[in-house]
Design a protein around this ligand. Structure first.
Ligand code: TNX
Length: 536
């Protein structure tokens, strides 16, 4: 009996060994570079160039096939370091998804068959700074643009075509993609994403990962909400306690942090390499508890409150009546302006419920002069609509239609971030664990099905600079959470900002989005598997 049992266990053990060996072998065969032929099985998914988000302005597929393989090269125009950088960026992205190690070479003429060519030579000015033309023939794939920025946007289109035509991270002997011509440029110049790093703090590494993800969808503005009641997140040399004390905690308490100037510059550089402008926001006069806690003189009674780790809004205010407050603001703005290559500084101005309306208006107008005297243009939320505004000031619409319209009547332009459509911290539905619901639930279709032009009655195209999707982080505390709230809603906002309204259609968009889901699964993105989408 005992013997029988031993035999039985030995048999089970051998079976386990064989089983494990099979798993290891299978794993190796998936991972190795053994060619598995071409990607014909995914050709239908490539839908003849059709799975691009945002949807291109014009897309004319032809019936041919363009093939790249391991020995294809990326040719770029000579003597242009920006184009060279973009060429290498494309090579790196292709390498990480296909394992093809494509060489980047300068070429003074049209390169040979089977290659990729990026050029701004003879670029068509009517494409604008961000437009591009992707011309794929059986012989060669050429990306033309008027500016390198346009090449970069076009490279995202190319990456998407490539990755929707294959199983990413699989090694192919050759990859076939459909031929045709895409001519493309944005509807709006402002296509932004905002991240609140004040309620919860996020590392430079996390921020870079987010920048990478949004650049895939042609986002060109990255707004950092750097200060709020719960934390001050950017180093200011003239007021070190803002970060050392004011940046020490976050929502629910515990240690947090801030960006040193060199870290902040690293973020700006990383964004700039992706043709994204960083917009710093220093919120005032409300949302300032972290500053008030750090420096008693900023309070009307000269007494600092404690640090705040809750999630209420609208209770704090800088003392709008003291001259020293404006000296402080000028000092801070001067340092931020020196750090920022971009033309804008966002001053918040929202939910200043602890400041009366006359004081508020006076405060914003003074701050506006400070911003312009430091060589920058001012941006603020809806509430700015009550104030006298400079023509170059921009209002970011979030909740108050009539204040936004007032601003427009004063001649300023709007960034459209209506909370009920673009607030990425709103829950998808009542079962979503993260997020809030004060502006309603926002399913993928809700954030896709709206038009910035008709969102507020009485706007014209000339009044609208573009769209932005903010993520407030009262309930969001890590990169997984950030991904879950942005995906899959952000690509829809990106499409609203880029694509003409005439090419947008939810039923058709859903199909494209599902193909992107395949890619997200591969890169381990933590996205919401919305039941509205038939995920591949
Ligand atoms: C409103 S939007 C705010 C933020 C909150 C957000 C939460 C805006 C200008 N202010 O302070 O974080 O709601 O959804």
């Amino acid at each position: 009996m005992r013997n029988g049992l031993t035999m039985y266990y030995r048999y089970k053990k051998i079976r386990l060994y064989i089983f494990s060996l099979l798993i290891v072998l299978q794993f190796i065969s998936c991972r190795t570079t053994a060619p598995i032929g071409d990607n014909t099985q995914y050709q239908d998914l490539s839908n003849k160039l059709g799975n691009v988000i945002p949807k291109p302005v014009t897309l004319n597929p032809t019936t041919g096939t363009f093939t790249i393989n391991e020995s294809s090269k990326i040719y770029i125009e000579p003597n242009n370091s920006e184009t060279a950088f973009i060429g290498q960026y494309l090579a790196d992205k292709i390498k990480s998804s296909t394992n093809y190690d494509l060489v980047v070479l300068a070429s003074s003429g049209i390169p040979p068959k089977g290659n990729i060519y990026l050029t701004t030579i003879g670029g068509d000015p009517s494409l604008g700074d961000e437009g591009y033309e992707l011309n794929i023939t059986e012989n060669i794939l050429t990306l033309f643009a008027f500016k390198p920025e346009g090449l970069f946007r076009g490279v995202q289109t190319l990456r998407q075509i490539l990755f929707s035509s294959i199983e990413p991270f699989t090694h192919y002997k050759e990859i076939n993609i459909g031929t045709g011509i895409i001519r493309d440029y944005p509807r709006f110049q402002w296509r932004g994403v905002m991240l609140d790093v004040a309620r919860h703090f996020f590392s430079v590494g996390d921020v870079k990962k987010l920048i990478d993800l949004i650049s895939y969808y042609k986002i060109n503005r990255f707004h950092l909400h750097l200060t709020d009641d719960q934390g001050w997140r950017i180093q200011i040399d003239s007021y070190p306690k803002l970060t050392l004390y004011g940046g020490s905690t976050q929502v629910k308490g515990g240690p947090a942090g801030y960006y040193t100037k060199s870290e902040y510059l690293e973020i700006i550089k990383y964004a700039k390499e992706r043709y994204i402008t960083v917009i710093p926001e220093i919120d005032m006069p409300g949302h300032t508890n972290a500053a008030l806690a750090s420096y008693p003189f900023l309070n009307c009674n000269g007494v600092s409150p404690s640090l705040y780790t809750g999630t209420e809004v609208g209770f704090s205010s800088l003392c709008t009546k003291k001259d020293s407050t404006y000296i402080f603001i000028n000092d801070v703005i001067k340092e931020i302006a020196q750090l920022s290559p971009g033309p804008y500084i966002h001053i918040g101005g929202d939910e200043a419920k602890a400041t009366n309306s006359a004081d508020y208006i006076n405060f914003i107008e003074k701050v506006q002069s400070i911003i312009y005297s430091n060589g920058k243009k001012m941006i603020g939320w809806d509430e700015l609509g009550q104030c006298k505004l400079q023509p170059e000031t921009i209002v970011q619409h979030w909740a108050n239609d009539s204040l936004a319209l007032e601003a427009v009547k004063k001649g300023v332009k709007l960034i459209m971030s209506p909370a009920s459509k673009t607030y990425m911290d709103m829950k998808y539905n009542s079962t979503t664990l993260l997020g809030q619901n004060w502006a309603g639930y926002i399913e993928v279709s809700d954030s896709y099905n709206w038009n910035p032009l008709t969102q507020i009655k009485g706007l014209t195209m000339n009044d609208i600079l573009g769209v932005e999707a903010p993520l407030w982080t009262e309930t969001i505390s890590n990169l997984d959470d950030i991904e879950f709230m942005f995906f899959p809603r952000l690509p829809g906002i990106a499409e609203i900002g880029w694509s003409p309204i005439t090419v947008r259609n939810w039923e058709e968009y859903k199909k494209r989005l599902s193909v992107h889901g395949r890619y997200w699964k591969k890169i381990g993105l933590n996205f919401y598997h919305s039941p509205e989408i038939n995920w591949k």
